[in-house]
Design a protein around this ligand. Structure first.
Ligand code: KIV
Ligand code: ZN
Length: 404
């Protein structure tokens, strides 16, 4: 496979599990109607994710309906539904995915002492029993079962291994080790994956999955660390939406794995050129814009204002861009005319609006643009048209007078 730099590298596939419609949708300000969920799910399918987590059906009748609708609609990838490790939850989730072409039942139980003691009031032994019983039940009704050890990154490692073994023995083939509260640092998150894989003797037939929250801004870094330690499924959301500070952002992880493919040796089935449209669709549906400086999809991600950078970009985009805007579906890079811009960027902007300035005209335009940018921060195309018109018209009438 080629990366964006055209290099040929041996690669292993990492499955992308999108949880925008579940972990993302359950966070404040991101709820979606059923038609919106279906629209988003279709976009995710065409983006090329491998699994769409459509909802948490026990949570509400609307969530169940939304999951059913996505399961009916989506045929090109697996549709998963979430359930606590309880029979009534699992039954609701099974109902949600009953019409899916490729269904997956995703069940979870917290494994850290903190959650077991204070939230679930279960002993470790009772937790192991609940995992075995409920994963087995789920497996009897669905061919593909994923088990998540909630709060795995704060779980004592020996107990985590026992919990994982209980799930595997009961029939789970995908084991997710979430950093539920975004607490882990990359090195320890990776070590946890290595320990669990070693405990499972290399985990033949089992896919290890990472699910990272962004409370300390480490969601993407931890997802990367997990891949380097052997995880082959990543749970992500578009624009990084999700509980509290959100989940690792899908677009950032995908571009990272692509741009650094030669180093990392992994690839995904995601079509990079659909990332921007997918991000925009989510923004349109939820009304929640992404920050302008957000990696990959933010308004400034491919905008250049500093004169030195603009000059470099015009000579060779690789000087200041490690990925081209077109590769991720951004219509075009923009050279923003502001007080830091240089003459080369100004000339390019003038040519784009139909003017070919002489050196003197460029100089005059430059002075006016700089003066305006000092007051107005940036110079719009309309401002530029006005300046160009004044300078070039004045100039051409002066030339005409001299000729007379
Ligand atoms: O963050 C988390 O632990 C979760 C699980 C339910 C997978 O969202
Ligand atoms: Zn989560």
């Amino acid at each position: 496979m080629d990366n964006v730099s055209g290099e040929k590298v041996p690669v292993e596939n990492v499955k992308i599990f999108d949880t925008t419609l579940r972990d993302g949708e359950q966070s404040p300000g991101f709820s979606m109607t059923m038609p919106e969920k279906i629209r988003m799910a279709r976009q995710l399918e065409s983006l090329g994710v491998d699994i769409i987590e459509a909802g948490f059906p026990i949570a509400s009748p609307g969530d169940l309906e939304g999951t059913r609708a996505v399961a009916r609609e989506i045929k090109g990838c697996t549709v998963a539904a979430l359930a606590r490790a309880r029979r009534d939850d699992i039954d609701a989730a099974l109902d949600g995915i009953s019409q899916a072409k490729h269904p997956r039942l995703h069940t979870f139980l917290a494994t850290s002492d903190l959650h077991l003691h204070h939230k679930l009031r279960l002993t470790r032994e009772e937790a192991l029993e609940a995992i075995s019983t409920n994963v087995r039940y789920a497996r009897q009704h669905c061919a593909e079962v994923e088990f998540s050890a909630e709060d795995a990154s704060r779980t004592e490692i020996n107990f985590l291994c026992k919990a994982v073994k209980a799930a595997v023995d009961a029939g789970a083939t995908i084991i997710n080790l979430p950093d539920t509260v975004g607490y882990a640092v990359p090195e320890e998150y990776a070590a946890m994956f290595r320990d669990v894989i070693a405990f499972l003797d290399g985990a033949p037939g089992i896919t290890l999955s990472a699910h990272c929250h962004d409370d300390l801004g480490l969601g993407v870094a931890n997802s990367l660390a997990a891949v380097q330690a052997g995880a082959r499924q990543l749970e992500l959301t578009i624009n990084g939406i999700g509980e509290r500070a959100g989940n690792a952002a899908l677009e950032e992880v995908i571009v990272l794995l692509n741009v650094r493919q030669a180093k990392l040796g992994v690839t995904t089935n995601v079509h990079l050129d659909k990332l921007y449209a997918t991000s925009r669709l989510l923004t349109e549906i939820t009304g929640a814009p992404v920050s302008p400086n957000k990696a990959v999809v933010g308004a400034n991600a491919f905008a250049h204002e500093a004169g030195i950078h603009q000059d470099g970009i015009l000579k060779n985009p690789l000087t200041y861009e490690i990925i081209s805007p077109e590769a991720v579906g951004v219509p075009k890079r923009s050279l923003v005319l502001g007080k830091h811009s240089g003459r080369n960027a100004l000339r390019a902007a003038l040519v784009e609006i139909g003017y070919t300035p002489t050196a003197e005209e460029l100089d005059q335009c430059y002075k006016r643009v700089s003066a305006l940018a000092d007051e107005a921060k940036t110079v719009s195309t309309r401002d530029l048209l006005a300046i160009a018109h004044q300078v070039m018209r004045k100039h051409s009438s002066e030339t005409a007078l001299t000729a007379e």
